[in-house]
Design a protein around this ligand. Structure first.
Ligand code: PMP
Length: 293
């Protein structure tokens, strides 16, 4: 695994903060920000391919929807966010990049309740290569079921891309990384397969694509794109509840996400998979739409 040693708060370039571009190192927030203490923060992750932001508007709309689910409103329209993302890419001279919009409650109020706090928005962009970064994008990553499960929709606004929901992901991922795995498989609160720590999951069984119904996790923008590509190829897509035991009848597995793109999985716990035709074809089809889709 490669580790990027250039800290994210000490780089050249520009970050968009609350309506204007400012020098990268000046993009700071106060330590008493509500978003830091109580996770009243939502964010996006988007990839830019050859100057084209993949499904840009869907990401800006999801940021608005995440904020709504968290009880606040983004003070910039979707159109304004679209313009701001282009400004950030231009200012940093980036054509292939990862974009990170983030919105949080400010420091006007401290305590669980912070209804009157100001909402801040920042957008940063940087180059980000393969998410798993060690050639496993071809051979497949190794995954292990994580200790903590995802909360169900009765426990949290699970369709918000909200930072609080990532605490469990980081804990699970750190634990399995320490044992040499690339990522944690997240189960839902009932024990069904949910997703990776930052990506949705697909299984190939009998030539059909199976994927968990997104009831307790994000219906990823990449996931939706890949389902569309599979249907175009006349590959049947089955959305259903999937148990870990179902991996026994599975030939191929891959994960999808903005950062992970479409990455094959070689191993989950005691199950082994070999990236095959369906993974290969969908990976190629996905690559083909990144600059236009
Ligand atoms: N699940 C989680 C927990 C994620 O962090 C992500 C990445 N945003 C996804 C799924 C995939 O979503 P998308 O394809 O929209 O990036």
């Amino acid at each position: 695994m490669t580790v990027d040693l250039l800290p994210y708060d000490d780089r050249d370039g520009f970050i968009w903060l609350d309506g204007a571009l400012i020098p990268w190192r000046d993009a700071r927030l106060h330590v008493l920000s509500h978003g830091l203490h109580y996770a009243s923060t939502v964010f996006e992750g988007e990839r830019v391919y050859g100057g084209h932001i993949f499904r840009s508007r869907a990401h800006s709309e999801r940021l608005h929807e995440s904020a709504r689910l968290m009880g606040f409103a983004i003070p910039y329209s979707v159109d304004a966010l679209e313009d701001a993302k282009q400004e950030v890419l231009r200012a940093n001279g980036l054509k292939d990049a990862y974009l990170r919009p983030v919105a949080w409650r400010g420091a006007e109020m401290m305590g669980v309740s912070a209804q009157q706090s100001r909402i801040h928005v920042a957008i940063a962009a940087w180059y980000w290569g393969d998410y798993f970064g060690d050639g496993s994008a071809m051979t497949g990553i190794r995954m292990k079921t994580g200790r903590y499960r995802r909360p169900g929709p009765e426990c949290a606004p699970v369709h918000a891309k909200a930072t609080g929901l990532y605490m469990i992901c980081t804990l699970n991922k750190h634990e399995v990384e320490a044992e040499g795995y690339h990522d944690a498989l997240m189960l839902d609160s009932r024990g069904f397969v949910a997703e990776g720590s930052g990506a949705n999951i697909f299984l190939v069984q009998d030539g059909k694509l199976h994927t968990p119904t997104p009831e307790s996790f994000l219906n990823g923008i990449t996931r939706q794109a890949v389902i569309g590509l599979a249907e175009k190829r006349q590959i049947t897509v089955v959305e259903r509840s999937i148990l870990p035991e179902d991996f026994a009848d599975t030939t191929e597995v891959f994960v999808t996400g903005t950062a992970a793109e479409l990455t094959p999985v070689a191993e989950i716990d005691n199950y082994r998979f070999t990236p095959g035709n369906i993974t290969r074809v969908l990976r190629e089809d996905f690559r083909a739409i990144t600059t236009t889709g």
